[in-house]
Design a binder for this molecule. Structure first.
Ligand SMILES: [Zn+2]
Length: 477
């Protein structure tokens, strides 16, 4: 089941009675879905994805790269003020999709299959335009049965959060046969292409990537017919779109845009992470042997990743070492640490990460890795101090709270452990689980007066929030 059909799924699952019985939403033609409302809808779907979607890929290196690329494009889009979050879905097929409110999912297969960074940027720029032009909301605001149902589906997505209606993910499990997708209308596709092109150009990418990519997609579509990339179902590539894209590049001066090393390394890593470890290793070795690569450093890095996956850390280290001598990159430092850990050298891993962080203090993947390395060494106080410092910069980072909870557990501080775990759950969108953790914190018996009052206050606060949401859900039913 693909996340991309999530919205479609809401539609299908919606009983007709519910679609009709939404007087409070008013006349659909009049309804303007506010950006706040869109954000809430997107947020609630995103929460379900984070919590329940097994294919959600939270690889911090790849996610950081995707967001850096995405935000570079957003700053050259039609609405640079809109908040965006780009996330990865572990799926070998080519697809990308926008949820309302600026959440954009990208299948790992899209990055692996991209022939250049500009191609990936072209896909993202198109999705960004769907968001900045509020295409989802505009489709929902149109008159007609589908749009009414879709609007209700959006509302339902909001309601599903923490209510008895059940989570979207639970529904997904039962509806895997549904393959329907919402596809954008031709007008919206045309607009997304036009604005996406401008964004791509302003951001300094190779705009020829757009028609090239379309042509390749269309060929793939013909080749596989029934098994065509999902992207083609949601964003049908027509001859008209290809012609438009080709017309736009007419007369533009040729600009060679080299792929960034970050892109090359992330693509190499995702490729080496795909499929079985045996196949990934054979592929990485074959690519190097046959010189089937656009960048030798990335191809060698892929081999090191594949070797580590295949439980050959000694060979992995031998492959990585010469790369690190010539090129300094945080992803090399991260891989070097994982290799050392696989060899049982936790101290060496921590030392290497510490040195790398001196050069890249704000690299989140390295910070997570260093916190974990310190915890493995039993240096829980140092780890806790680093978590605190990171939380000042990223107060909405659930992973940091998870690491904090783990650290407190090792130190035997039960109140603080459950309190941190509660915050992780809040950020993941699960209020009931957070409340349960705070109740455990109350009963832990190892907190002082101030700690206990802070737990009590937070518990009251979360209970109020949950009550409010349940009430909203009932009113709308
Ligand atoms: Zn589209």
């Amino acid at each position: 089941m693909r996340i991309s059909s999530l919205l479609a799924l809401f539609l299908m699952l919606l009983p007709p009675a519910l679609a009709e019985g939404l007087p409070d939403l008013g006349d659909t033609a009049q309804l303007a879905l506010t950006p706040q409302m869109e954000r809430r809808v997107g947020e609630s779907i995103m929460r379900d994805i984070r919590l329940h979607e097994p294919d959600f890929d939270d690889d911090p290196e790849a996610t950081a790269y995707l967001n850096a690329l995405g935000n570079r494009l957003v700053s050259n889009s039609a609405d640079a003020r809109q908040d965006f979050e780009f996330f990865l879905v572990k799926d070998a097929t080519l697809n990308a999709f926008a949820l309302p409110g600026g959440y954009i999912g990208v299948h790992t297969g899209t990055i692996i299959g991209a022939q250049s960074e500009s191609e990936l940027a072209a896909v993202l720029a198109h999705e960004i335009a769907h968001v900045t032009q509020h295409h989802m909301a505009r489709m929902a605001s149109k008159e007609g049965q589908l749009s009414m149902a879709m609007l209700a589906a959006m509302a339902l997505a909001v309601l599903a959060r923490n209510s008895q209606l059940g989570s979207a993910a639970a529904a997904i499990g039962q509806a895997s046969a549904i393959t329907a997708q919402i596809s954008f209308t031709r007008d919206f596709e045309r607009e997304a292409d036009r604005l996406g092109f401008l964004t791509l150009e302003k951001s300094g990418f190779d705009v020829r990537a757009m028609p090239t990519f379309f042509v390749r997609l269309q060929k793939a579509g013909r080749l596989y017919e029934n098994n065509a990339p999902a992207y083609l179902r949601t964003h049908p590539v027509t001859s008209e779109r290809i012609a438009d894209a080709q017309n736009r590049i007419q007369g533009l001066t040729y600009r060679q845009v080299p792929d960034g090393l970050d892109f090359q390394l992330v693509r190499a890593k995702l490729r080496a992470d795909q499929g079985t470890s045996r196949d990934a290793l054979a592929q990485a070795e074959g690519d190097l042997r046959d010189k089937k690569f656009s960048n030798e450093i990335a191809a060698r890095y892929a081999l090191a990743v594949a070797l580590l996956r295949a439980k050959e850390p000694v060979r992995a280290e031998a492959e990585l070492a010469p790369l690190m001598k010539t090129t300094d990159h945080p992803m090399f430092a991260g891989l070097a640490a994982r290799i050392k850990q696989a060899k049982g050298d936790n101290q060496g891993a921590a030392d290497g990460l510490k040195q790398a962080l001196a050069r890249y203090p704000n690299n989140r993947a390295l910070n997570y890795a260093y916190i974990e390395a310190l915890q493995q060494l039993g240096k829980n106080r140092d780890a806790a101090a680093l978590v605190e410092e990171q939380l000042k910069n990223y107060p909405r980072d659930a992973r940091l709270y998870g690491l904090q909870a783990k650290g407190y557990a090792s130190l035997g501080k039960r109140l603080l452990q459950h309190q941190a775990q509660a915050e992780a759950y809040v950020l993941q969108g699960s209020l009931p689980a957070a409340i349960e953790q705070l109740q455990l914190a109350q009963k832990s018996g190892d907190g002082d007066f101030y700690q206990l009052s802070s737990v009590d206050a937070r518990l009251r606060d979360l209970r109020r929030q949950l009550e409010q949401e349940t009430k909203e859900a009932k009113e709308k039913k």
